[in-house]
Design a protein around this ligand. Structure first.
Ligand SMILES: Cc1ncc(C[n+]2csc(CCOP(=O)(O)OP(=O)(O)OP(=O)(O)O)c2C)c(N)n1
Ligand SMILES: [Mg+2]
Length: 225
């Protein structure tokens, strides 16, 4: 797979005291932003059913989240994030088994690859930065906490770190889990992704198909992430 940063994140349900607790724990509110995410897939949901997530985020461009990372199981997610359009296009052609790779930007290959809009929603995000020192005083990887609320009424938080190598995932995860516990997140809590809640509400048949794809992967042990 083409190179990309690895996102390690733990989603949680934010409560009324989450922001106050973040401040007490040394969190710094970096910014509040509002953006629209539009997700694309084939009518068969070929990307999502193989755990790939293509979106255009207003203000930051195209992104393809691909299964990857160290494959450590737990209440967190690990995805490789591709943000360069050429890497995304190459990966899309490989995944969708399409003919000759086109040297084009993402918008130009949507039609030929039969990718269409599946979901589009607005998120308002407060983005917090946490400079926690590690055992030997290192500050890497930096943790971030995002508190999101969507225009369809769902709120979710995530504690996340971006790392370059699979070998760094374990240490990042340890920091994420330890910080989540300080924040008061129950150890087994798993909050759904915004997109999953959107699909459940507005595209229930697609949502069902995705759950079926997930459970057949679990049944065969063919976990992509
Ligand atoms: C049941 C189930 N839930 C979630 C997934 C994974 N998944 C669902 S939607 C999805 C794509 C959206 O990812 P998410 O982290 O929720 O997006 P967001 O926080 O807005 O972006 P950021 O700013 O962090 O880059 C994934 C990876 C899955 N495969 N199965
Ligand atoms: Mg996320």
């Amino acid at each position: 797979m083409a190179q990309g940063l690895i996102e390690v994140e733990r989603k949680f349900v934010p409560g009324p005291d989450t922001e106050e607790r973040l401040q007490e724990l040394g969190g710094i509110l970096e910014h509040r932003v509002t953006f629209r995410d539009t997700y694309y897939d084939t009518s068969e949901l070929s990307l999502m059913r193989s755990d790939h997530w293509l979106r255009q985020r207003e203000g930051s461009g195209w992104e393809l989240k691909c299964p990857g990372g160290a494959g450590i199981s737990g209440p967190h997610n690990e995805y490789v994030e591709l943000t360069s359009e050429s890497a995304i296009v190459a990966q899309l052609f490989e995944l969708l088994g399409a003919g000759e790779l086109e040297a084009a930007g993402v918008p130009a290959v949507l039609g030929p690859l039969k990718l269409q809009e599946v979901a589009s929603f607005i998120t308002t995000r407060s983005s917090w930065k946490l400079a926690l020192s590690g055992a030997h005083g290192q500050e890497e990887p930096l943790l971030r906490v995002d508190l999101d609320s969507t225009d369809f009424g769902y709120a979710v938080g995530e504690v996340e770190a971006m790392v370059r190598e699979k070998a760094e995932v374990g240490a990042a995860l340890e920091k994420i889990l330890s910080f989540s516990s300080k924040l008061g997140v129950p150890a087994q809590e798993k909050a759904p992704a915004k997109l999953m809640v959107y699909l459940q509400l507005f595209r229930p048949l697609d949502y069902q198909r995705l759950l079926e794809a997930n459970s057949s992967e679990e049944a065969t042990g063919d976990s992509a992430s």
